[in-house]
Design a binder for this molecule. Structure first.
Ligand code: UDP
Length: 479
């Protein structure tokens, strides 16, 4: 029920739909809440194989704003309330499955989000094969999971590094890499209570399907194999095409259109533009915006910056350059900087040859979209598993990222940001190395997704075939 989850799920549904075409009796049902389904229904082309079904959900019954079927306009502190509210879907979900079973159409498999552990319990009860689908990296999710199941972490002194629970060797993290929700969790707060029941229900699932690539994300995958003893399939990246992507997000008739963004990029030299975006939910503080703007201006580089209202402002607030940005910033950077309000056509931007680097919060979808295009990263992780994604990306496995800042509240200095932009994009040895590693990651992704003939099928294609095979053999056994 957040764009970073709906987008990979829709990508997976469409990918499976095309893969399963040779099985004409199979259909895919995409379940979500009414507002999200209505949006998809009005924009996705009708398909006999992909059914869109809504489960009843009324945000105001749970003390949420009326349009909180997703997190698009939800202040971050209310996200946990939406998560608790989502457990109310359990009854209608079970009824839907029971109806299918009674009609002789028992589902082959249910694939559900990492936040809907209760679906695994319902499926186990009804004897239906179930997989958790993670749009997060294997490593990121392993760290995140391990921290939640080993609470509390409050007493950690903030100046030292400590080992992640369950990862005793070679994985020290700094306290500033702990998401605030985890750092503050004491086992009785709303996040702790939600995760305690959510994560324990994963044990009822048959396995975890990851939108990642085994070749550069193996540690986290092994963690789940060992820790939960379940099957793990790395079948990514499945990415949503630009056309389908427009169906998931609200259009903004007043803002910069996708066509304007691309036309702007068309005029720029290859690999010259820095793209800046912190995903669909995160924002930075006003002082951070000032530092970032100063760094972008002094870097002398071309940039596209997707601007969202800073922390503390209404998430729906009108763009206010006078308050959020240094005086005269827009005028001084006119022509070489494009400010896009709130939402940009990110997949198209990252696929454009003019983009040379991406300053990102390290959300895993953003990372996959960048690496699929060989775009190196400047990391500014802010929440959830993003800190661990940044570490995976900086480390030997990927090596295509330079962390520039950490968290929503830490100190950020324009001069340091400018230097790091120059290190990655300029003619430095380190920058050349990271750019090369980003191209290698693109090659690894292309190899993993190769699906031409049986002898050269890539690891991700094989994993998805194995996953489908596991679901089918389970059905055959239960007949
Ligand atoms: N996205 C986009 N335009 C924007 C911001 C985000 O298209 O201006 C898309 C982005 O391409 C990605 C998703 O929204 O597919 C964000 O997911 P991610 O995992 O990167 O971060 P999250 O938003 O979940 O923190």
């Amino acid at each position: 029920m957040a764009q970073g989850h709906i987008i990979p799920f829709l990508a997976l549904a469409l990918h499976l739909e095309s893969k399963l075409r040779r099985h004409p009796n199979l259909t895919i049902t995409f379940l979500n809440t009414p507002l999200n389904i209505a949006r998809l229904r009005s924009s996705l082309p009708p398909s006999a194989a992909l059914r869109l079904v809504e489960l009843p959900f009324c945000p105001s019954d749970h003390g949420l704003p009326p349009d909180a079927d997703n997190t698009d306009a939800l202040p971050y502190p209310l996200v946990v309330r939406l998560l608790h509210a989502s457990t109310s879907l359990r009854g209608p979900f079970r009824d839907l499955l029971l109806g299918l079973v009674a009609g002789g159409r028992k589902p082959l498999c249910v694939i559900s989000d990492i936040f809907f552990g209760w679906t695994a319990t319902v499926c186990r009860e009804l004897g239906i094969f179930h997989a958790v689908f993670s749009g997060a990296s294997g490593f990121g999710l392993a760290c995140y999971y391990s921290l939640w199941v080993n609470l509390p972490h409050r007493k950690k002194p903030d100046s030292i590094e400590f080992s992640l629970p369950d990862f005793q060797e070679g994985s020290p993290v700094h306290v500033s890499q702990l998401p605030l929700t985890i750092l503050e969790a004491d086992g009785t707060d709303p996040w702790s209570l939600f995760q305690a029941s959510n994560l324990s229900a994963w044990a009822d699932s048959n396995g975890i399907l990851f939108n990642t690539v085994a070749e550069f994300d193996s540690v986290g995958l092994s963690y789940f194999r060992q820790k939960l003893g379940v099957d793990v399939w790395a079948a990514g990246p499945v990415l949503l095409s630009a056309k389908s992507r427009r169906s998931t997000t609200p259009s903004r008739p007043d803002g910069t259109s996708p066509e304007q963004c691309i036309a702007w990029l068309d005029k720029k030299p290859p690999k010259s533009v820095l793209y800046v975006s912190f995903g669909s939910m995160n924002t930075i503080t006003t002082p951070h915006m000032m530092e970032l703007a100063t760094a972008l201006e002094s870097s002398g580089r071309d940039f596209i910056w997707v601007v969202r209202p800073p922390v503390g402002h209404d998430i729906n607030a009108e763009f206010d350059a006078g308050v959020w940005l240094p005086e005269g910033f827009e005028r001084r950077t006119a022509g070489r900087g494009l400010l896009v309000e709130r939402w940009a056509p990110q997949a198209e931007i990252l696929a454009h040859g003019a983009v040379g680097a991406f300053l990102t919060h390290c959300g895993w979808n953003s990372v996959l979209e960048a690496l699929s295009n060989g775009v190196p990263l400047l990391g500014w992780p802010m929440a959830a598993e993003q800190f661990f994604n940044a570490r995976l990306l900086e480390g030997a496995e990927v090596g295509a990222c330079l962390e520039v800042a950490r968290g929503r509240s830490g100190e950020v200095r324009a001069e340091v940001l400018r230097e790091k932009i120059e290190t990655l994009m300029g003619e430095t040895e380190r920058g050349r190395g990271m750019r090369r590693r980003a191209r290698e990651a693109r090659e690894a992704i292309q190899t993993a997704m190769r699906d031409d003939d049986a002898a050269t099928r890539g690891s991700s294609v094989r994993a998805l075939d194995e996953f489908i095979g596991a679901a089918m053999s389970r059905r055959a056994e239960s007949r």
